[in-house]
Design a protein around this ligand. Structure first.
Ligand code: ADP
Ligand code: MG
Length: 327
């Protein structure tokens, strides 16, 4: 299991930002409405995520760190219709196999919190009382301390933090109903407050992508049966240096999908000066059975049941919005 964990870790844990992504998904799956993320030294020294979700029962703490132990899927039918973000039951085990991981959790009916500690692979998990409000805290120290090859692949502290920041911004856009705070080396870098409803989403988009984006962007909105696209299409002139600031969500899950990106880009085609990378924030909602998100462990890609149709529908939606852009 030691080796299997480390191999699996290679799939899900590429860098500090991938740890953050998995831990954020767990917090959201636990129904958290507030998530605090503390990062030291680009995440290599410390990643700490504290949420106010439903917590983990002390009896389940060692299990949460075991491979393929998930509380989220009980039957194969669940797997087909998976709506929760994590479902493979390998994230915590994988992360624990390449770091020093502390899991602290408190459930509402517990007198105190409980702590489980795992160091590297082949872990002997020890559980003891601890102090924490209702919710869960995961502390990941010394990432890749036992896999020096992978550690050498990491970039500078600032670059690794930039990846973390990007991951946090993505989640913040997907979930305006959750408060998210991010610190790096003790300094608050992001502080997104809870924002409700459609106006809340606009507020969150403006907090993440900048007010200038929202001021010049046009709204997109299309619905066919139970499939809906809404969001903001950025002005081609309001570009960024790279293609950051391009956000697409399918059923609340951030995706980076070539088909979808191509569909959006081809709508911009004529209006896009060479070398420009406009911003967009698009939210797609559709019945779970029409989209497969279970394509790759890192879950950035999706497979639509009607891929061709989706592509053309997205292009058409974006094109119609672009026609309303001020000159
Ligand atoms: P998965 O999310 O795929 O189930 P993970 O390895 O990410 O697998 O987590 C294992 C289990 O630990 C989860 O199924 C869940 O029961 C529990 N867990 C992990 N993080 C949290 C959290 N922040 N709050 C509550 N439960 C959690
Ligand atoms: Mg998970």
């Amino acid at each position: 299991p030691r080796l299997a964990n480390q191999i699996a870790a290679g799939e899900v844990v590429e860098r500090p930002a991938s740890v953050i992504k998995e831990l954020l998904e767990n917090a959201l799956d636990a129904g958290a409405t507030r998530i605090d993320i503390d990062v030291e030294r680009g995440g290599v020294q410390l990643l700490r995520i504290t949420d106010n979700g439903h917590g983990i029962h002390p009896d389940d703490l060692p299990l949460a760190l075991a491979r393929h132990a998930t509380s989220k899927i009980k039957t194969l039918d669940d797997l087909a219709a998976v709506m929760s973000l994590g479902f493979r039951g390998e994230a915590l085990a994988s992360i624990a196999s390449v770091s020093r991981l502390t899991l602290i959790s408190c459930q509402r009916d517990q007198d105190n919190a409980w702590l489980a500690f795992a160091e590297g692979a082949g872990m002997q998990v020890e559980v003891r009382p601890a102090a924490l409000d209702v919710g869960t805290r995961v502390e990941v120290r010394d990432l890749f301390f036992n896999t020096p090859a992978r550690r050498r692949f990491l970039r500078s502290e600032n670059t690794e933090f930039a990846h973390i920041d990007e991951t946090v911004r993505r989640v913040a856009l997907a979930r305006p109903d959750v408060a998210v705070r991010l610190t790096h080396n003790g300094k608050t870098v992001r502080n997104f407050r809870i924002a409700d409803g459609k106006e809340g989403l606009a507020e969150r988009v403006s907090a993440v992508l900048g007010r200038s984006f929202l001021v010049t962007a046009v709204e997109a909105e299309q619905q066919i049966e139970q499939q809906r696209i809404f969001g903001w299409i950025g002005h081609p002139e309001q570009h960024r240096a790279q293609a950051d600031g391009q956000y697409v969500f399918v059923n609340g899950r951030a995706i980076r999908d070539r088909v979808v990106n191509h569909a959006i880009r081809s709508a911009y085609e004529e209006s896009l000066p060479k070398g420009r990378a406009p911003c967009w924030a698009l939210f797609i909602e559709m019945p779970a059975e029409l989209v497969d998100v279970n394509v790759h462990p890192t879950k950035h890609e999706v497979r639509f049941r009607h891929a061709r149709w989706m592509h053309d529908w997205i292009t058409q939606t974006v094109r119609e919005s672009l026609q309303r852009l001020p000159e």
